[in-house]
Design a protein around this ligand. Structure first.
Ligand code: MN
Length: 468
C-alpha cells in the first residue's frame, strides 16, 4: 500500500482531537480574541450570582428581551427569580410542545461566605469568620487580596449592596497564614486536609482601635463604627446578610502570547457568558431556544434558586400563557420530555503537572475546543446522568457540520475522584441532556485558567445548538 493511501485510511478511521488554532483562519482568530474581551468584562462585573443576574438581565433588556408577562410579543421572554436565577427564551418556528433547546449553566462559584455573626477581635486585630462555599482547596485562599461582595438587609427592611476591594482606591481583605519557620508541626507534618482548617479561614478586616485603652472590644467596635458611618449598619444587620469573600481583582490575559485567560469563576461563568451571548446572537431558531442560569450548583443544586427548584416549570408556564395556551401541567411535562438540553459547565482540563490523575485518552485538553462529557459522577459512574448514545451522536454531528472544534472529556481517572453537575437534576424531567463546556485548569481555585479558543468554540457550539 502506498504511503498516501495509508495516511488517507488513518485520517478516515482514527479519531483525532483537533487544536482550535489549527482549524480556524485569521478572521476567526480575531473573533476569538474579541469574544474574550467581552468575556473578561462580564467576569469583572459578575463575580457573584446576584451580580451575574443583574448583568444578564441588563444585557437581555438591551437586546429586546421582555420580562412583562402580558407582553404582546412572546418571542423574547425573560424571567428572574429571587435575583439569583434567570431564564431567557427566544420562540422558535416549531410549536413549543415539540420541545425546547435548553442550555443550563450555574452562576455561583466557590468562595468564602461570611458567617452571620462574623465580627470579632483577637490580639488587637479585627476579623470576620467565614464558612467556605463549594469545593475549595483551603490553602489557596490564604495570603491573597480578597474583596467582599454582597447584600445586607437592615432592620428597617432596606437593603444595601456592597462591593469593597475591587476599585484601586478600595482596601482589600486577606486571610493570614503561619510563617514557614513555624509551620513544621501545625502544617508540614500533617496531611494537607488536616493542615488547613476551615475554621481558621478568618478574614482580616481591621487594626485601628476605637476609644481609649479602657474601651471594651475597641477593635471590633472600630469596624462597627466605620460600617455604621459608611452604610448605616449595626452588628445585627450582618445576620440578615449574604456577604461573599472572593478574590480581589480583574480577569487577566495569561502568557506572553495572551492565549489564555486567568480569572476567578470560569467554572460556571464561562458557560453563563457563552450561552448568554449565543442566545443574544441567534436568529429564527427552529425550536424554542431557552437558556437557564441557576445558583447553588457548587453546593448540590438545592434551594429555591438551584437546579432542583421548579423555576423552569414556572417559566414554561409563562411561556405557554404568552403563546395563548393554557399552562396545564401535562403540557409543561410534554415540553420537558420533548426537549434537548446541554448541562453547560466547566470540565477539568488535563493538568500538565498532574497528568496521572487523568486518563489521557479521555481527558479534555486546553485548546482542543468545547468538551462533550457523556457522563460525570464518581466511582462507577455513581451520581451521573450518563447521556444516551443517540443524543451524543446527534450533538457531535451537529458540531461537526457547524465546524465547532470539540473534544470528549471525563472528570479524571476511574476511581480517582469525580464530581457532578446539574445534568442529573434536569434529566428527571425526561429530557435528553449531556454535559458540554470548556476545559478549565486550576478549577475551583481563586485564579482559574481557560483557553480563549475553547471559550470561543463553546460559544460557537452553544449557538449551533440553540439554532438547531
Ligand atoms: Mn464547579
Amino acid at each position: 500500500m502506498k504511503k498516501r493511501e495509508i495516511e488517507r485510511i488513518h485520517e478516515k478511521l482514527i479519531s483525532q482531537p483537533k487544536l482550535v488554532w489549527d482549524q480556524i483562519d485569521k478572521r476567526e482568530k480575531e473573533r476569538v480574541f474579541n469574544l474574550d474581551k467581552e468575556y473578561q468584562d462580564f467576569l469583572n462585573t459578575a463575580k457573584t450570582e446576584r451580580e451575574a443576574v443583574t448583568a444578564i438581565s441588563g444585557i437581555a433588556l438591551a437586546n429586546r428581551f421582555s420580562s412583562s408577562h402580558s407582553s404582546s410579543d412572546p418571542i423574547r421572554m425573560m424571567k428572574t427569580f429571587q435575583e439569583k436565577s434567570i431564564a431567557l427564551s427566544v420562540s422558535g418556528k416549531e410549536p413549543i410542545d415539540e420541545g425546547v433547546n435548553l442550555i443550563v449553566s450555574h452562576l455561583d462559584s466557590p468562595r468564602l461566605d461570611l458567617k452571620q455573626n462574623p465580627l470579632y477581635e483577637e490580639v488587637d486585630l479585627a476579623f470576620m469568620k467565614t464558612h467556605y462555599y463549594g469545593g475549595i482547596k483551603k490553602f489557596q485562599w490564604l495570603t491573597r487580596p480578597l474583596a467582599i461582595h454582597g447584600r445586607v438587609v437592615r432592620s428597617d427592611g432596606s437593603s444595601l449592596d456592597i462591593i469593597v476591594g475591587e476599585d484601586d482606591a478600595d482596601p482589600v481583605f486577606t486571610v493570614a497564614d503561619v510563617l514557614p519557620h513555624l509551620a513544621k508541626k501545625v502544617q508540614y507534618d500533617k496531611k494537607v486536609s488536616d493542615a488547613f482548617v476551615g475554621e481558621k479561614l478568618n478574614v482580616m478586616v481591621g487594626s485601628l482601635p476605637f476609644g481609649d485603652k479602657d474601651t471594651k472590644d475597641r477593635f471590633k467596635l472600630a469596624i462597627l463604627t466605620l460600617l455604621n458611618e459608611k452604610f448605616g449598619l449595626v452588628e445585627e444587620d450582618l445576620i440578615s446578610a449574604e456577604l461573599e469573600v472572593v478574590p480581589a481583582g480583574k480577569a487577566r490575559d495569561v502568557g506572553w502570547d495572551r492565549g489564555l485567560t486567568g480569572a476567578y469563576g470560569h467554572d460556571g461563568r464561562s458557560c453563563v457568558f457563552t450561552s448568554l451571548k449565543a442566545m443574544i446572537d441567534i436568529k429564527d431558531p427552529q425550536k424554542t431556544a431557552l437558556v437557564l442560569f441557576v445558583d447553588k450548583e457548587e453546593i448540590g443544586s438545592d434551594g429555591a434558586t438551584g437546579a432542583k427548584s421548579r423555576f423552569l416549570e414556572s417559566f414554561l408556564a409563562d411561556l405557554l400563557i404568552a403563546h395563548g395556551k393554557e399552562p396545564l401541567y401535562h403540557e409543561i411535562q410534554k415540553i420537558l420530555m420533548n426537549s434537548r438540553a446541554i448541562s453547560a459547565d466547566g470540565n477539568g482540563a488535563l493538568d500538565p503537572d498532574f497528568q496521572d490523575v487523568h486518563e489521557k485518552r479521555n481527558a479534555a485538553r486546553l485548546g482542543y475546543g468545547v468538551c462533550l462529557a457523556k457522563f460525570t459522577g464518581s466511582g462507577g459512574k455513581y451520581g451521573a446522568n450518563d447521556a444516551n448514545a443517540e443524543y451524543v451522536g446527534w450533538l457531535r454531528n451537529l458540531f461537526n457540520q457547524k465546524k465547532v472544534v470539540w473534544q470528549t472529556g471525563e472528570l479524571g481517572k476511574v476511581d480517582e475522584g469525580g464530581g457532578g453537575t446539574v445534568a442529573k437534576f434536569l434529566a428527571t424531567y425526561g429530557m435528553q441532556i449531556v454535559d458540554c463546556g470548556p476545559p478549565v485548569l486550576s478549577m475551583h481555585s481563586p485564579f482559574e485558567i481557560a483557553h480563549k479558543g475553547d471559550i470561543y468554540m463553546t460559544y460557537k457550539g452553544y449557538r449551533a445548538f440553540l439554532e438547531s
